[in-house]
Ligand binder design. Structure first.
Ligand code: FE2
Length: 298
């Protein structure tokens, strides 16, 4: 154990009844910036969300979209298709989805990177999964006074081509003053090292915010480096998670996931919650039209 870095593991607990996090769970979250709660949602609820996602995928025509999402490629951030998705349900393909002749390498449902970013407000099944009394209780206990669910993402991490996500902090993209972003990551299928599970640097939420992404004067998104010291990636730990697990993490906690080169998909669902009491800058990428006001758990 490193004197300067006292936390070496990701704290993990069985989910508490009613989402009533214990003092121990709260102190673990405060110290590590990440908390695993096993069996937070039922496998039936996970299956219902996957089934609904599959219906939405069936209705999607990939030829309409040439956009890909990759944190390794700045160019995607310039893409209006992404920037305008904050109050919509849009699909994003994997980088390797198409072969050289422009045909999908795998079937449609195994070519998608993610779906985002407002399913929780636009689709009844996603709404129901996202607004449970248990989740509202967790959010209250971790101290978010006036929560708003800013975005939802359905992560496909498909077999063979599911791309790597490099180490980052979510507050880079979901920045408020003061910072208030908290991520809620649900395993809808078993996440393992083989299929590219989430990995976190426990205690890394005490590092500075290293980058900030925002809309520049020309409307294009830029990522500004605030602190160029490298991540202490040797301190990363995998969060292998059976379906039904919830992982809560601070917007400052560095995390990543490796590519999925296995033959199994790794579906997950994420919500990002902010505190309405914090200022939400106009230059953040995610902006909603007035037709879809932010909501908490009511
Ligand atoms: Fe992230």
């Amino acid at each position: 154990m490193d004197e300067d870095w006292p936390i070496s593991d990701i704290p993990s607990h069985a989910a508490p009844a009613g989402g009533r996090l214990t003092e121990r769970m709260l102190s673990d979250f405060k110290n590590a910036g990440v908390l695993v709660l096993r069996d937070f949602v039922s496998v039936d609820a996970c299956d219902a969300l996957r089934a609904r996602a599959e219906e939405l995928v069936d209705a999607f025509d990939p030829q309409e979209v040439r956009s890909v999402f990759s944190t390794t490629e700045q160019t995607q951030l310039d893409d209006d298709y992404f920037i305008e998705s904050g109050d919509k349900i849009r699909f994003f393909l994997e980088n390797d989805a198409f072969d050289d002749s422009g045909r999908l390498r795998q079937d449609k449902k195994h070519s998608l990177n993610k779906m985002g970013h407002a399913m929780h407000d636009l689709d009844p099944v996603f709404d129901q999964f996202s607004r449970t009394p248990e989740l509202a209780e967790v959010v209250e206990r971790i101290g978010i006074v006036e929560p708003a669910i800013l975005q939802s993402m359905y992560i496909f991490k498909p077999p063979n081509i599911g791309g790597e996500v490099v180490c980052h902090q979510d507050s880079t993209y979901i920045y408020t003053e003061p910072e208030s972003c908290v991520g809620f990551w649900f395993a809808l299928e078993d996440a393992t090292l083989e299929n590219g599970c989430m990995q976190f640097i426990p205690g890394g939420h005490k590092l500075p915010l290293k980058k900030r992404n925002y809309r520049g004067a020309d409307g294009k998104l830029v990522t500004e480096t605030l602190d160029d010291t490298p991540w202490p990636e040797e301190k990363k730990r995998p969060a292998e998670a059976p379906a039904g697990t919830l992982v809560i993490f601070d917007g400052r906690t560095p995390h990543l996931s490796a590519a999925n080169r296995s033959s199994k998909s790794r579906h997950a669902y994420t919500l990002h919650i902010i505190d309405r009491k914090a200022r939400y800058p106009d230059e953040n990428w995610l902006q909603r039209g007035d037709h879809l006001p932010l909501r908490g758990f009511d």
